[in-house]
Design a binder for this molecule. Sequence first.
Ligand code: OSB
Ligand code: MG
Length: 366
Amino acid sequence: MNITGIELRRIAMPLRAPFRTSFGVETARDVLLVRVVTPEGEGWGECVAMSEPRYSSEYVDGAQDVLRRFLIPALPEAADAYGVKRALKPFKGHRMAKAALETAVLDAQLRATGQSFGGYLGADRTRVPCGVSVGIMDSVPELLDAVEGFVAEGYVRIKLKIEPGWDVAPVRAVRERFGDDLLLQVDANAAYTLADARHLATLDAFDLLLIEQPLADDDLVQHAALARQLATPVCLDESIESAEDAAAAITLGAASIINIKPGRVGGYLEAKAIHDLCVAHGVPVWCGGMLETGLGRAANVALAALPGFTLPGDTSGSRRYFATDITAPFELADGHLDVPTGPGLGVEPVADILDEVTASSEWIKL
Ligand code: OSB
Ligand code: MG
């Protein structure tokens, strides 16, 4: 790909309902889109960094700064996605920024050759089963209403966000109300410490698929100690930023399941490498989400169709997040989303909608 210029476009996407986690409340998504322009066509990447560095150290203004100042100027004259990954490697961290740039180049490359993301990555299914991540609410009745709505929409798995003070009671209430057949899991976003091990073990009574990221991001050793005290499988999200981290977590016994988020690990190539590693070790994986628009969602759904993704992902339909998505909306059918089949991401932003939500645009000529 000979890139002639790159647009960094910021869009403001109000969420249909506030989304509360142990690290904060989101009411809108401030999204950075990367558009690479080449003589053969263009490609899109969505940066999943949030407005504030609470999920991880990245934040959207920082991502735009590192892209403009370091990552884009380091791009080789002509490169495919692997060349981009290699060129960005000397810069530490900033994986969400790198992922957005690598994805945009990969999209341009695949659109030019007519191959889909799913085909390129090795998808072996045409549709994927979908779960939904349900935020912390003010009361258990409010939570039960929300879960009831999602179950009625067809979601095949429910994930409850938990934190100290909002864990056993909501899990028990959902299990009692929806029965033993509901696929149910929880996500703590690093809100507990190893001192909570006995309390977390009380969740073992509810037959959860997994507990996601109970302890701090940088605490693989303590996750391993916790895993030995729980019957519920421990899954890592924030702790896994690379294939090396995944290998370490598996070796230590810190995780028996891994949540793969391409943004968190620096792109779809690294995500695929983690998938391959986990398949080799018999570790199930699933595709996480970061409240993406249709652009990011398209690539995630393609990734989730790889054979090692044996658990439903946080790949919900567009309407779970936004009244109006920037692409044609992803709509659940029988609890599944179809994997796009067109070249590249297989979806485009709708020009009028994109313009309406655009807050700023910066053009970097190469
Ligand atoms: O921890 O998985 C997480 C959203 C934003 C940041 C972190 C997380 C989440 C979710 C929602 O759980 C996933 C989604 O529906 O996109
Ligand atoms: Mg998580």
